[in-house]
Design a binder for this molecule. Structure first.
Ligand code: OGA
Ligand code: MN
Length: 281
């Protein structure tokens, strides 16, 4: 039997963010499909694999092909029986949200506050708001780095940023125990991608508290300048979700930003798996 071949189509002019059709991620032993998806992920930074029908077990099995999975610190938002799956959801059960209804409402990369932040995250859309809201924006941080002035590149060389997860969510804050496990970490502001060799800016929105060794005002001004630089349509792709999309982003060279939706009227229900990464260098 001839296996279906996968098509890869970049959705932005620069080649950032690609759409993959003709894939079925349940075909866990299809090496040609896996290689095509892995290559697209590295080449385009973010991919959306369309029209998937995945059980939690199947999503976990596919995700694991990219490396060991991380278990998120928010244990109450994990899927029962499948701790590898973080629920990004405004569904409720027994009067409380089953998952995070407000994940990532600012530019960030996942788990930047850990020693080994996430390599990549795979977010699978089971239900999306009927009015088409709740987009996710992605920023190409390798392109953003490349476009910096030579003077700024020199200035950033060797600088590190302190990342700490200590903000509150809509309905809860981290417990003392959770916070106790998360002292925060400093990582370089510019990191080199171990697989592609490309340099990328590595920022973190409100998770990134300050630049190590700079006065507060100078640190704030530098970070503001870098965010303003990244806030450019040349680097940003705005993803509109379809049910069945599995979006897989590379946290080593992108940032993302969840847009709000009317959570009183609409359900947005997603399953996220997270591949562990290396310490940024
Ligand atoms: C995440 C996240 C974005 C979204 O799951 O890490 O930032 O649009 N989600 O839900
Ligand atoms: Mn996120």
């Amino acid at each position: 039997m001839q296996l279906q071949t996968v098509q890869v189509k970049p959705l932005s002019e620069s080649g950032f963010f690609a759409e993959i059709t003709g894939a079925d991620l349940r075909r866990i032993d299809d090496e040609a499909q896996f290689e095509a998806i892995k290559a697209a992920h590295l080449a385009h930074g973010v991919i959306v694999v369309r029209d998937q029908k995945l059980t939690p077990k199947e999503q976990i099995a596919f995700s694991k092909r990219f490396g060991p999975l991380a278990i998120h610190v928010l244990e109450e938002q994990l899927l029962d029986g499948y701790p590898e799956i973080l629920q990004v959801s405004n569904k409720t059960k027994d009067g409380r949200y089953v998952g995070l209804p407000d994940a990532g409402r600012f530019w960030h990369t996942d788990q930047s506050y850990e020693e080994r932040p996430a390599l990549g995250s795979l977010l699978y859309a089971l239900e999306i708001p009927a009015d088409g809201s709740g987009d996710t924006w992605f920023c190409d941080m390798a392109a953003a780095y490349k476009a910096l002035s030579p003077a700024m590149k020199t200035r950033l060389d060797g600088l590190r940023g302190m990342h700490i997860y200590n903000h509150s969510h809509e309905e809860f804050s981290l417990s003392d125990d959770q916070s106790g496990h998360l002292p925060g970490y400093d990582h370089p502001l510019v990191r080199t991608h171990l697989e592609t060799g490309r340099k990328a800016l590595y920022l973190g929105g409100k998770l990134l508290k300050y630049v190590v060794g700079l006065e507060e005002a100078e640190s704030d001004a530098l970070l503001a300048e870098l965010y303003a630089h990244c806030d450019d349509d040349a680097f940003i792709y705005r993803h509109k979700w379809h049910q069945g999309d599995l979006v897989f982003w590379d946290n080593r060279c992108t940032m993302h930003f969840a847009q709000p939706y009317d959570s009183q009227r609409y359900t947005r229900h997603m399953h996220r798996t997270t591949v562990m990464g290396d310490r940024p260098v």
